[in-house]
Design a protein around this ligand. Structure first.
Ligand code: SAH
Length: 396
């Protein structure tokens, strides 16, 4: 059957010519045919020239996501297997004796819009986040099982963005039998992953390099780890020789796993303290108690999923960064992150600068952080560059 033909409004071809994979509903002039959700359509310029093939998503503002910029290329199982194979092979060097977990597929940046897969030891957790990935779900999962050699696959497509695509949430085992928990090794350190109940797919793999950096910065320091989740930065700091680590998160389940992770690495729990609390409140309590730290990590959740939320998010980022800078001893370090797509790296640095000014801290940026290599950013897809961070030193 012929593919439906989608023609763009005059002048709206530009982003496709620059190989950006998204077509918004407002850019579309006409649709010939009746494509169903997730069907492949052919995108044409206003002059009629074919530009790309894409997955159709009639309920989403992102009406089509490009599979291939070669409109002659057929989108079928062979095409998708090749994309999955290339993405998985590109991670080969990220899995070694010290690491058995990494992101295998990172959506648009791996040429597979809306498809995410994280490997934890021999288990893969997948998310189908867009109509095209959903349409090809079985094919993608088969290819992934084959290429990764992992028998157990679990789905965590229980995220809000699916509603924007008109898709219901779905989660549960898909292939093989699932152990309730999976042990992984990152940088030689052990972590327990709860793939069914953990946040996202179970672990924040994007922070791998940054945890390693914090490990190197930790020796002899009193560390404060805010938004600690299951203690990724806590364990890294202890491994690096931190004198003490105070970890805060509002999820009691996450903290329970954090304590287990400290024990799994045989670190002395006397060096650790945990607070199941709201960071915004707890930082004020620490300030009022005149506490001080040498290294503070701030890794909050996404305050601004899109630019519309940027103003409110900016106030929240400023608040916690200001308080953290006050809690730092002179010479202390702040590793501060934003995973908000709606906050650019530039804006984030301005927010931290404003916080330093109000905290009356003479502070300098000494390093920039980004997501680890298993979360590539396609150069034609700047939206993929969501995680940014600064290492700030508070001068005496
Ligand atoms: N740094 C972690 C990942 C942090 S994810 C790692 O390396 O694994 C963000 C965390 O912030 C989540 O665990 C969430 O439970 C927690 N959180 C969200 N809002 C919070 C708040 N207001 N106070 C404390 N924790 C919060």
């Amino acid at each position: 059957m012929a593919l439906a033909r989608v023609t763009l409004q005059p002048g709206r071809e530009k982003s496709l010519e620059q190989r950006h994979p998204w077509v918004f509903s407002g850019s579309i002039a006409t649709v010939e045919g009746t494509p169903a959700v997730g069907d492949t359509v052919l995108l044409h310029g206003s002059d009629g020239s074919p530009l790309a093939s894409a997955a159709w998503s009639p309920e989403s503002k992102i009406r089509a996501r490009v599979w291939s910029f070669d409109p002659r290329e057929e989108i079928d199982a062979a095409f998708l297997r090749a994309r999955v194979g290339a993405a998985v092979r590109a991670r080969d060097e990220l899995l070694d004796s010290a690491h058995n977990a990494c992101r295998l597929i990172h959506g648009e940046s791996d040429g597979l819009p809306g498809f995410v897969a994280d490997r934890y030891q021999d288990v893969v957790v997948v998310q189908m986040l867009a109509a095209g990935a959903e349409r090809w779900r079985d094919t993608l999962i088969d290819a992934l099982a084959e290429v990764s050699g992992c028998g157990a696959i679990y789905e965590r497509s229980n995220v809000d963005v699916r509603a924007l695509e008109g898709l219901a949430p779905r989660e549960g085992p898909v292939r093989g039998t699932m152990p309730p928990r999976v042990d992984i090794v990152e940088d030689g350190l052990r972590f327990v992953i709860d793939v069914a109940h953990g946040q996202k797919t179970g672990f924040y793999l994007d922070q791998r390099n940054n945890r390693k950096r914090v490990r190197a910065l930790a020796p002899g320091r009193d560390v404060l780890n805010c938004f600690c989740y299951t203690g990724g930065f806590t364990v890294a700091a202890l491994a690096g020789g931190a004198k003490s680590v105070l970890s805060i998160d509002s999820s009691a389940e996450a903290i329970a796993l954090g304590r287990e992770n400290v024990a799994a690495n045989a670190f002395d729990s006397a060096r650790t303290d945990w607070r199941d609390a709201d960071v915004f409140v707890e930082l004020r309590k620490l300030r009022d108690a005149a506490r001080a730290f040498d290294l503070i990590v701030l890794d909050p959740p996404k305050f601004a999923p899109t630019a519309q939320h940027a103003e409110k998010a900016a106030r929240a980022y400023k608040d916690i960064n200001l308080l953290a800078l006050k809690l730092l001893r002179p010479g202390g370090l702040l590793a501060t992150f934003s995973c908000s797509g709606g906050i650019s790296a530039d804006l984030f640095q301005k927010i931290v600068a404003g916080a330093a000014l109000d905290a009356r801290a003479n502070a300098v940026v000494i390093e920039h952080f980004a997501a680890s290599a298993d979360h590539p950013v396609a150069l034609n897809f700047p939206q993929g560059d969501y995680l940014k961070g600064l290492l700030v030193r508070k001068n005496a």
